[in-house]
Every structure is written in structure tokens, then in C-alpha cells.
Design a protein around this ligand. Structure first.
Ligand code: NAD
Length: 461
């Protein structure tokens, strides 16, 4: 007879090995229609979630339930899908929806991703989460483990590493035409929201449409404050008014990004986009050393600008590599092979012995130009996929895992979180990826996790 312990171990192993297909979608004979629509519940639907849920619908999901803590901000989504059942608390949604949903999309601020994603995974729902997957490394480890145990299809919304442009970059790098790549630069013009600030004084009444305590979730309680004063340096610095004229919020909506309690700053916001393709092209894995240089570091908010340097050890045939991140308008200074070429606002630059490859939202550019002729002949070997939502839908139906599934996203998310710890501690940090801790800084190790408040717990959700 099999012991209960052995039975549970076997069940967990088989759950990890196969994608779970909800019984609702499987016919009596065990077959399943490839065209059956996947019932999707969206959590956090007033911001980027509104647009991304429309893309999910185009990819074959049916939006059957919506959850948001702000009825006014979510109204456009509620109006767009009037038939979808509505909730304020994701726990109530998951309990009530039960087997009526196959998948969950999470589009809330960073500090509640882990709770929502874990709750969905523990109910064996397929999950797509906006980047960055989590706000702390501890959350990240728990989420990735739960996804493995659930055996469901997962996806993170980092810029696709399976598009034509991303695949071409990977093919060119691995062809060796650029020579050994020992240097990588990635930069962003973000933040286009306030950073480098302290809390504004005072308190505003909480709007009747907003559940502020649910928005705060596991973060320490703090008074609600609606907008920055119009002449506040938080808005006037870095032309934020020009970039984001409608959004003067202190925390909600959108501007949570600059506060460590809720967001992950410019690096957390954009790093996963810019590093996703390099992770594929260069098999980066985990860095061994991280250090940062930043403008004034504040206790509660990310700095105005930072430079973070990561040292990656040699990987298989690839030599050691230094990757450098820049934000707040900073860019790499005079990169090799580019000879004064003006760099765009955002981009990723691979610097090899024989040439450099610039990857921007506009496409790929090679230096020196003459190298382009040779690259044209590099065979197209990687399959091009259907983009973030199409890939996730395919994976939910039992196909290939999505390109930025949670396992893939683990080291990608980790480097932005580690970079933020380097910014906050100001120390040169030695990272032991296998042990999941820094070997030279108890202070930095304390920042790998956070104390959950207000009765919330990652274990009990
Ligand atoms: N390309 C991308 O993948 C992409 C683009 C933009 C933003 N993002 C990410 O999306 C997230 C949200 O960013 P945003 O700009 O949409 O923010 P936002 O503040 O505009 O929208 C967040 C939404 O979540 C709701 N919300 C907050 N807490 C909730 C909770 N506990 N339960 C249910 N709903 C809740 C808010 O009311 C709001 O409707 C961030 O993590 C950001 O990094 C990803």
C-alpha cells in the first residue's frame, strides 16, 4: 500500500510534469476543442490591465470576471465587458468563481502581484502577471515554486523574446558574427513618474469608489493622499508634467512605481523589458556581483537616476560579461563601435569584439554597418511566436510554454530586484544564486523579503 506521504509526493510530481487542463474544457471522451474559449478573470483592470485584457480577448480568452479596488478607475473595463461578474476583493472572486474560470490575469501594482498570483496558482489557474513578477526575491521564489507545483501555463508581460526582432537578435549573437560579447548596456528614459521624494504631509478623504485598505494590501497602513500640489518638485522634476500630464497622483493610480513599499522604481518597471532578449541571446543566468551608483538615495522612494552594474560569470562557451543598466535619462558613454552615434532614449546594446548590436523599440541596428551584409546570411532557426497573449493562450491549451513563463522570468525578475537592493544599500554585493542570498551583506539579505502587514500572508492566501 502506498503511504499518504508518498501519494502526496507523487501527486505533486505529476502536477509539476503536466499542464493541468481544467475539467470544464475537456469533453466526456477526454478530448478538448482547440477553439474553446478560455474563461479569464482579470484583477487590476483600470490601468494597463484594460488594454491587455482586450489583447487577451483577441487571443481567444473570454473575459468572464473583473476585480478592482477602484470602481471609478475600473469603469471603462466594467463598461467594456458589462456581462463580466464584478468583485473588489480577489479572494472573494476566486472563491466565488471556482471552476467557472480557467485563468487569471494580474494587472495590479507590484506590491500585490505575489498574493494574487499565489492565490490563483494554488487553485490551479493559468496565470499571466504584468512585469515585474514580484516585488521581493522571497516572493519570487515562492511564486515560481507554486507555479511548478501547479503545472499550469504562466506568462509575464515583459517585451516578448520570441518576436521576429528578438529572435533575429538571438540568431545574430549566437552566430558569433559579433565575436565574444563581454559587454551589455540597457537604458531607459524612465522614470516618467515621481521618484526621489519624501511623503507629502497631510491626508485626503478616501474617494467612495476606492477601497484604500485593499489597495495597500500587505504594505504598512498610511494615510491616503490624492494628488501632489501642482508646483511640487515631485511633478516638475524631469518634465513629468510633459510626459504624464493627467497623472498627478501621489500613489494611486500609476505613480505607486516610485515608492519602495509599492513599486520597484525605473529599473523594476523597464528592466524586465530590456533584459528579456539578452537573457535568451546570452543565457545570462544569475550575476555574481552587483553594484550601483545613484543620485540621492531616499528611504521610501527610488532615486531620480541610477546606474547598476552586474558581473555575470562565464556560461558554457560564453565569456564573463558585464551588464550595465542606466535610468533617469542616463545612457552609456561612447560605447565601442558606435563612434559618437546618438543613442535613442531607450535601448539595449550588445558590444562584441567585432561589432555591436543595438536593439530598440524601432528594431535592430548593427555597427559597423558593413557587418550587416554578413548578418543577412545568418539562417533563421528560431520559431517566431504569436506574442505575449497568443503564446499564453497556446500554453493554456497544452501547447509550448510561453516565452516568458514564470521559470524563465525568475532570473530576469531577480536581476531587477537585486539591482534595487544594490541601489538601496550602496554596497558592492556578492550574490550566491544557489543559496539565494548575498554572501557579504546582512543588510542586503534583509531586503530580500518584506514583512507583510494587516493580516496578509503569502502562506495563507
Ligand atoms: N507592458 C507591460 O507589461 C506593462 C505596462 C504598464 C504597466 N505594467 C505593470 O502593470 C502594473 C500596473 O501598472 P498600471 O500602470 O496599470 O497601474 P495603475 O495604477 O494605473 O492600475 C492598477 C490597477 O489595479 C487596481 N488595483 C490595485 N490594487 C488592487 C487589488 N489589490 N485588487 C484589485 N485591483 C487592484 C487599481 O485600482 C488599478 O485599476 C504594474 O506592475 C506595472 O509594472 C506592465
Amino acid at each position: 500500500m502506498i503511504s499518504r506521504r508518498a501519494f502526496l509526493a507523487r501527486s505533486a510530481a505529476s502536477a509539476a510534469a503536466f499542464t493541468v487542463i481544467p475539467s470544464r474544457l475537456v469533453g466526456a471522451d477526454g478530448s478538448r476543442s482547440p477553439n474553446s474559449r478560455l474563461a479569464l478573470a482579470g484583477v487590476g483592470v483600470g490601468g494597463v490591465g484594460f488594454g491587455q485584457l482586450q489583447e487577451c480577448a483577441e487571443a481567444g480568452f473570454q473575459i468572464v470576471a473583473l476585480c478592482d479596488v477602484d470602481d471609478a478607475y475600473a469603469k471603462k473595463a466594467y463598461d467594456h465587458w458589462p456581462q463580466a461578474r464584478r468583485y473588489r476583493d480577489f479572494r472573494e472572486m476566486l472563491a466565488a468563481e471556482g471552476d467557472q474560470i480557467d485563468a487569471v490575469y494580474c494587472g495590479t501594482p507590484d506590491h500585490t502581484h505575489a498574493l494574487i498570483v499565489l492565490a490563483a496558482l494554488r487553485r490551479r489557474k493559468h496565470v499571466c502577471c504584468v512585469k515585474p513578477l514580484t516585488r521581493t526575491v522571497h516572493e519570487l521564489r515562492l511564486v515560481v515554486k507554486a507555479a511548478r507545483e501547479a503545472g499550469v501555463a504562466t506568462q509575464v508581460t515583459a517585451a516578448a523574446n520570441t518576436s521576429e526582432t528578438a529572435c533575429r537578435a538571438c540568431e545574430w549573437i549566437t552566430s558569433g558574427a559579433l565575436g565574444d560579447v563581454r559587454e551589455l548596456h540597457a537604458w531607459s528614459n524612465r522614470p516618467v513618474w515621481p521618484q526621489g521624494m519624501t511623503r507629502p504631509p497631510g491626508e485626503d478623504p478616501v474617494p467612495k469608489d476606492l477601497d484604500w485598505k485593499l489597495w495597500l494590501g500587505p504594505a504598512a497602513l498610511r494615510p491616503f493622499k490624492r494628488n501632489w500640489p501642482a508646483d511640487s518638485p515631485a511633478l516638475t522634476q524631469m518634465n513629468l508634467k510633459e510626459w504624464n500630464p493627467g497623472i498627478q497622483a501621489v500613489y494611486h493610480p500609476f505613480n505607486f512605481r516610485g515608492w519602495w513599499d509599492f513599486g520597484t522604481g525605473a529599473l523594476g518597471d523597464m528592466g524586465c523589458h530590456h533584459f528579456n532578449t539578452p537573457f535568451r541571446a546570452l543565457q545570462l543566468g544569475s550575476p555574481a556581483r552587483i553594484c550601483a551608483s545613484a543620485t540621492r538615495v531616499f528611504a521610501e522612494s527610488a532615486p531620480l537616476a541610477s546606474i547598476v552594474t552586474y558581473d555575470f560569470p562565464a556560461r558554457d562557451a560564453q565569456p564573463p560579461l558585464r551588464a550595465v543598466w542606466y535610468d533617469g535619462g542616463l545612457r552609456p558613454a561612447t560605447p565601442r563601435h558606435l563612434e559618437g552615434w546618438p543613442l535613442p532614449d531607450e535601448g539595449t546594446l550588445y558590444v562584441g569584439e567585432k561589432g555591436a548590436l543595438l536593439h530598440t523599440w524601432a528594431g535592430l541596428q548593427v555597427f559597423p554597418e558593413a557587418l550587416g551584409k554578413r548578418l543577412e546570411t545568418v539562417p533563421r532557426t528560431l520559431p517566431r511566436r504569436r506574442g505575449t497573449w497568443g503564446e499564453w493562450a497556446e500554453a493554456c491549451r497544452g501547447g509550448e510554454p510561453a516565452g516568458c513563463n514564470f521559470k524563465w522570468a525568475e532570473p530576469l525578475t531577480e536581476i531587477v530586484l537585486l539591482g534595487n537592493i544594490a541601489i538601496r544599500t550602496g554596497k558592492l554585493l556578492e550574490w550566491d544564486a544557489a543559496q539565494g542570498n548575498f554572501t557579504n551583506s546582512p543588510d542586503a539579505n534583509r531586503q530580500l523579503h518584506d514583512d507583510y502587514q494587516n493580516g496578509w500572508s503569502l502562506e495563507a492566501v
